[in-house]
Design a protein around this ligand. Structure first.
Ligand SMILES: *Cc1c(COP(=O)(O)O)cnc(C)c1O
Length: 406
């Protein structure tokens, strides 16, 4: 019996923190990786074993790269062992210097890739509603030392790509997108990977499309590929020559096989998520104190995440209180992205990390909560999660008191 059906027996409107039965009898995680059809995966494994070729630009990696470039509508796509390595190589390949303007409201890897390249991250505040870099604030931070803007399509929501491109042209800056969340997104009629000089993807198991661990670089201009491939493979040009500070960024054939087998299902994954996201949207709409990220216009979204923002006064509970109370229901949620990257001890001393300069990022990080969403999540589980959020709102003062006692 699936978890959601079994748990209907436990249905109760009394929140677990007030002594009711938990909404679920086993944890509902924030995401769950998809598994490929066994015959498809096994056939690819047999092909790898037959060839005895496990890595180094093998046939499966090349097939996956071609399939991804086609699916994602980009001139090139090259796979990596993870998204972080892809980003490190992207920044290295662009020969950047000095400062890179970026967002504090992201996963730690975004900013680490700047630092690993001995560049200086400059934190810029986000838009209060879209959660993405605010181009007007970016413009104020550009100096003669700036060489690039590293923007993130946060939760798959496209950045203001035209405004950022205009800044890039006006100041001679490279535009790099961290599109780790944006697999399959289209914006203004174009695939998301066609914007900027280069974009990275993450294929970590928690992402919408995955290879267990993995990532990719994609972009609109294939002239960059030779240099990216060189840096992905230690900088080895040929048997007699090594140049450039490369790393080992290669995806293995085994990981590529997982991706190739899962790629057939990615449209089903996207469609299932769209339905569940709509269900969340309708169910949560009437609850006071809850809002969400403002979606970019003219966009085909991928529903990589289900995000709510909690206004503590209107909802009656803070984000942290709701997170704890849902945890007692066996509903696992994540405080993405708290803490901000600018609060990391490695970066908090930077002038641009001063919280006074990042008011929107701090406001969002204090209120945002990521709810369970993945293609195989049952519709009635979504209904139960909504019902529990509603019940917690209704009983907010008693819930708060109970949490304070615990
Ligand atoms: C997941 C993620 C990454 C890192 O990807 P890995 O494949 O885990 O290295 C980078 N940026 C963002 C925004 C992410 O969410």
């Amino acid at each position: 019996m699936p978890a959601s059906a079994r748990s209907s027996v436990l249905a109760s409107s009394t929140p677990a923190v007030l002594g009711g039965a938990p909404a679920f009898d086993e944890p509902i995680y924030v995401t769950r990786p998809r598994v490929p059809p066994a015959p498809r995966f096994n056939a690819l494994l047999a092909q790898i074993f037959e060839a005895r070729w496990f890595t180094n630009n093998g046939a499966i990696v090349r097939e996956l790269e071609a399939a991804l470039a086609e699916r994602l509508g980009v001139a090139f796509c090259r796979t990596f062992c993870n998204g972080t390595a892809a980003l490190q190589v992207a920044l290295r390949a662009l020969d950047l210097h000095g400062e890179v303007i970026t967002t504090p409201f992201t996963f730690p890897a975004t900013v680490h890739a700047i630092e690993w390249n001995a560049l200086t991250p400059v934190f810029c505040d986000i838009d209060r509603n879209t959660y993405n870099l605010d181009p007007a604030r970016v413009a104020e931070l550009i100096t003669p030392r700036t060489s690039a803007i590293l923007a993130v399509h946060v939760f798959g929501n496209p950045c203001e790509v035209d405004a950022l491109a205009a800044l890039g042209r006006a100041h001679g800056l490279r535009i790099v997108y961290d599109a780790a969340h944006a697999f399959g997104v289209r914006h203004r009629g174009r695939p998301i990977g066609q914007f900027g000089d280069v974009s990275i993807l993450s294929f970590h198991a928690t992402k919408l499309f995955h290879t267990a661990e993995g990532g990719a670089l994609m972009g609109p201009d294939a002239s960059k590929v030779a240099r990216l491939e060189l840096l992905r493979n230690f900088g080895i040009v040929n048997q007699d020559e090594v140049c450039g500070v490369g790393l080992n960024g290669k995806l293995s054939e085994l990981h590529a096989a997982l991706g190739l087998a899962l790629l057939d299902d990615v449209d089903a994954e996207l469609a299932a998520r769209a339905k569940l996201a709509a269900r969340y949207g309708e169910g949560l709409a009437g609850i006071a104190g809850l809002s969400s990220q403002q979606p970019a216009p003219e966009t085909e979204h991928n529903h990589a995440y289900s995000i709510i923002e909690v206004d503590p006064e209107a909802f009656g509970l803070s984000r942290d209180e709701l997170h704890a109370a849902l945890g007692a229901e066996q509903i696992v949620t994540r405080k993405y992205f708290h803490p901000l990257c600018s609060q990391n001890v490695a970066y908090r001393g930077l002038p641009s990390a001063d919280p006074q300069r990042l008011p929107n990022a701090h406001a969002v990080a204090a209120r945002v909560l990521c709810l369970p969403l993945y293609g195989e999540l049952a519709a009635d589980a979504v209904d139960r999660i909504i019902e529990r959020i509603r019940a917690l709102h209704a009983a907010a003062p008693r819930v708060r008191a109970a949490l304070q006692q615990a």
